[in-house]
Design a protein around this ligand. Sequence first.
Ligand SMILES: Cc1cc2nc3c(=O)[nH]c(=O)nc-3n(C[C@H](O)[C@H](O)[C@H](O)COP(=O)(O)OP(=O)(O)OC[C@H]3O[C@@H](n4cnc5c(N)ncnc54)[C@H](O)[C@@H]3O)c2cc1C
Length: 443
Amino acid sequence: MVINKIFDVAVIGGGVAGAAFLFTLARYTDIKDIILFEKYEEVSLLNSNPKANSQTLHVGDIETNYTFEKAQKVKKASFMVSNYIKKFGKIGEVGFVRDKMILAVGEEEIVKLKERYEQFKELYPYIELWDETKLAQIEPKLLEERQELIMAIGATGQITTVDFKKLSESFVQHALDTDKNIQMRYNEEVTKIERNEEGNYHIVTDTTQFVAKSVVVNAGSYSLLFAQAMGYGLNYATLPIGGSFFFAKEKLLNTKVYTMQNPKLPFAAVHADPDCTQEWNTRFGPTAFALPRLERYHSLHLKDFFNALNIDKDVMHVYLDLFADKTIRSYIFRNVLEELPTFGKDVFVKDAQKIIPSLKASDIEFADGYGGMRPQIIDKSKRELLLGEAKINESGIIFNMTPSPGASSSLSIAMQDAQAICDYLGATFDTQKHQSEIVESSL
Ligand SMILES: Cc1cc2nc3c(=O)[nH]c(=O)nc-3n(C[C@H](O)[C@H](O)[C@H](O)COP(=O)(O)OP(=O)(O)OC[C@H]3O[C@@H](n4cnc5c(N)ncnc54)[C@H](O)[C@@H]3O)c2cc1C
């Protein structure tokens, strides 16, 4: 087959990460020819879909698993998304300004919450301490049948909720509005990437082939498989963790309510999210459980699944360490029970009662068709489970693994990749324009 055109950059995957990268490349660099492959018919039908994730813009103000240093980084990354929404997206369509809080239950958590407030108010000057009187006014359900004392750190007037699919569509549209040559290849699955003798990348899809000088792979759980097929990232393995949700039968809360995290179980604390796909009905979750899937509602080739697990003695060591911890073990078992049809919600409701004590199993139902997969990465050389994103950057090719809060960090990841690709191709990244439009906080 004769291939005439050589693209400057090929992007594999049209979730929020791929779309954010496409936008950043098109608007802030002088790179001309870009091609994006998405195997489904639209952008963001998997994890970046609002039915798959919690729709939270993770800023670090209500996530107690972040240290101050981590929160500084998360804030900078996620403010790029709020800056983008204010400048290019539509408030009320892509991002939504709503109230949010972290709820502390019982004296021990209240002490920690107050300490956190004192430390973090410098970073987030808009946060407030909400006592029971205030909470009774804004969210009376939090107090109904409550035995313990409660208190919250709350915030108003911020973008708290994002429809990451609409955000992806906006990124793509603004990329297409530039004068760059962009080909969007929907319904086209990349099956192989190879480096040829000239140092370019040969991209084989299920229908044809393309060549690009550089590649960024944002293919969710498949990014690592592509890397490993090329001999990179062999020290990583994937632990696919599913997350499901439950809907309240009637709307119970107006505020996004997070709970204090157990440091051993980051991102595992239940929260209640008013859902932008369901007229702000209350969605509880997510659960977290190991699932033999790489995409939540799609079948997979078993070979891909076993390749992703990449099991050997180091990976087994990480699994055994997880199981050896009593808190983690009981959390895993409870989450397996929560997935059982009919009985699952009887188990789950006990977690959700931390938020609304009067909630009964009959008030909630399993959110069918909702939920996603978190491709958590295991670093085999360190024998540890990584909790955030991971990146493999080889000459002219980058692979991103983006578990939570990857959607909130999408523009920050895109910035790093666009700068790296510009360095590789000898192209220019317009730092000043990017800084003034995306980075500078409008707080
Ligand atoms: C339960 C749950 C709750 C979450 N809540 C939040 C939250 O509140 N806030 C937050 O910031 N993050 C949250 N996350 C994380 C967030 O959803 C992800 O970090 C983010 O969506 C990842 O985006 P992505 O583009 O990397 O991956 P994806 O959205 O999975 O996109 C990958 C894309 O690559 C395509 N693709 C894969 N293989 C190929 C191929 N071979 N050829 C062509 N295309 C391919 C796929 O079709 C897909 O469109 C949550 C995740 C889960 C599971």
